[in-house]
Design a protein around this ligand. Sequence first.
Ligand code: SF4
Length: 316
Amino acid sequence: MTKSPLTLHLAAPRGFCAGVDRAIKIVEIAIEKWGAPVYVRHEIVHNKYVVDGLRAKGAVFVEELDECPPDRPVIFSAHGVPKSVPQAAEAREMVYVDATCPLVSKVHIEAARHSEAGLQMVMIGHEGHPETVGTMGQLPEGEVLLVETADDVAHLTPRDPDRLAFVTQTTLSVDDTADVVAALKARFPAIVGPHKEDICYATTNRQEAVKAMAPDCDAILVVGAPNSSNSKRLVEVGARAGCKYSQLVQRADDIDWRALDGIRSVGITAGASAPEILIDEVIGAFRDRYDVTVNKVVTAEENVEFKVPRVLRMPA
Ligand code: SF4
């Protein structure tokens, strides 16, 4: 049977970012250094394939610190943790390694600095996401006001409207966040914040690549996990940039082939926590069904790399 032709637009950059790469290395090196089991508080990055792979090597994933025995090392996930978590680990005299992405730590430092200067913090982020919980948890409970949308800004009741600063989650939609920042600045002209927002280079670059390819795509598939914030934002960016069918898939098995019936072009990208092997799997599934021509859509080159913490660079 002859296969129908299909142009596959492959976004670049896509997939792993420097923070995810570092967090995975931290778990692997910790297992080599201290032996299994090594405990990890929360999924080290939001991807089942990655988590299952590390579990097979000896990582044990838990949600809270008190699920870890005090005599085994524990690693905190790339999303960051409230200040109370390392404090509790120290109180229990546990060995811990913080895999918080340095770009998230930078936001933690910003929040603390503004608070020390006497400004009340507003965080733009998704309620309940571990990164939001971690960043808000850098300051005492109730000190940080959370907003998710521009509409939320109208309901804020700060202590002093002239003494405010804002930070953002690193994995938000660039365009939505610009709207929230504009609403904050309109209501609180004295609010202090980062030059643009705290959205990281990886989130920004992946969204730009999707915007560039979306007008040429009958469908966009984002390889990523349902709990991955930046992956979900890529799906939204694809839809908003004009692609009628923009979907998240964890693996090739999730592709709804019936929904793709009759398409001539598909764009593929991946969230920052999705490994390239899963993207290859999806491309392979298209090659099995179509006569595929690959078109790389390159909108940025990335060469960011983060070192693992010093404790893992020293001999055991
Ligand atoms: S998405 Fe951005 S902030 Fe999150 S781990 Fe990757 S580089 Fe760090």
